[in-house]
Design a protein around this ligand. Structure first.
Ligand code: NAP
Length: 270
């Protein structure tokens, strides 16, 4: 019998995680079966308990439950504790271990797959929701020259900067005018509404990278705007999705899958 895992969220029907983990299982020969579980908005904990009672070994957690998963975990990794958000649960005999692999996923995609230098870079993180919070510890670990968080609702960015402290600083979109960045990461869900965050012009330094955590068919509004602004390199979040999944797989199985063929497969299907 294969070990059972699932992505738990609401909605989950669109999730590519089952395909990614099926490919990882095939590639590594690990006996893993990975499905989707739709949790009612008011019953995340009960859904996880049921899945665990039915023999589930672990789960990925997606929107809107990452903070609830953080509270449900009885043991946490340092990065999950700092992010106060969990996207990976592992059901151990004596504990529910919670981790957050979004930050490693983003950094691995930027550094390993795309060859972007984060050490010494001026990084702008746009958005202050769960995704921004989740990747902040890993971005800080990458030793950038500066890390600035900007959000439409400014107090949320200020709260994030307070939680992490220097060198993270908070700005309103308007207050960014006149600054330049080497890497700009869009961690907002603005693309879902067909919009780009209303950033001032002129933020992209020479050779800068624009990275949108969103992915989908065609160029996102954020990447289209970055292209028009002269960003040298553009990438969507599909690589992050595959990299964060690989880190979850490693947490569950102790085996690190090769992400390149899986990312190529997803790109061929897009
Ligand atoms: P969230 O907690 O709901 O936060 C949404 C963020 O987007 C907030 O900062 C919000 O600003 C901002 N926002 C929404 N609409 C906007 C607009 N029109 N203009 C400017 N800002 C806007 O969501 P999340 O969990 O952080 O997720 C954010 C995105 O990251 C989602 O699209 C998600 O799919 C993506 N993501 C991708 C991966 C991956 O593996 N590729 C992993 C995690 C997340 P306010 O505070 O002002 O409302």
């Amino acid at each position: 019998m294969p070990d059972r895992y699932a992505v738990v969220g609401n909605p989950v029907a669109h999730s590519k995680s089952p395909l990614i983990h099926a490919e990882f299982a095939r590639q590594t020969g690990e006996p893993v079966e990975y499905g989707r579980v739709l949790a009612p908005l008011d019953a995340f904990a009960a859904t996880i308990e049921r899945f665990r009672a039915e023999g589930g070994k672990g789960a990925n957690v997606t929107l809107p439950f990452k903070e609830e998963a953080f509270r449900l975990a009885t043991r946490l990794s340092d990065r999950a504790r700092r992010a106060e958000a969990v996207n990976t649960l592992r059901f151990d005999a004596d504990a529910i271990f919670g981790d957050n692999t979004d930050g490693v996923g983003l950094v691995n995609d930027l550094v390993r797959n795309l060859g972007v230098k984060l050490a010494g870079a001026r990084i702008l993180l746009v958005g202050a929701g769960g995704a921004a919070r989740g990747v902040t510890p890993s971005l800080l670990e990458a030793k950038p020259a500066s890390l600035t968080v900007a959000n439409r609702t400014v107090p949320r960015a200020e709260e994030l900067a307070r939680a992490f402290g220097a060198p993270l600083v908070a700005r309103s979109f308007a207050a960014l005018a006149g600054e330049q960045f080497d890497v700009i990461v869009n961690a907002t869900s603005a693309s879902l509404a067909g919009e780009a965050p209303a950033l001032p012009a002129g933020l992209y330094a020479l050779g800068a990278t624009a990275y949108d955590m969103m992915y989908g068919k065609g160029e996102t509004p954020f990447l289209a705007s970055a292209r028009a602004q002269g960003a040298a390199r553009l990438a969507d979040g599909l690589g992050m999705l595959v990299e964060q999944a690989a880190e979850s797989f490693f947490i569950w199985r102790g085996v690190r899958p090769d992400t390149a063929p899986v990312l190529a497969l997803l790109r061929s299907l897009a």
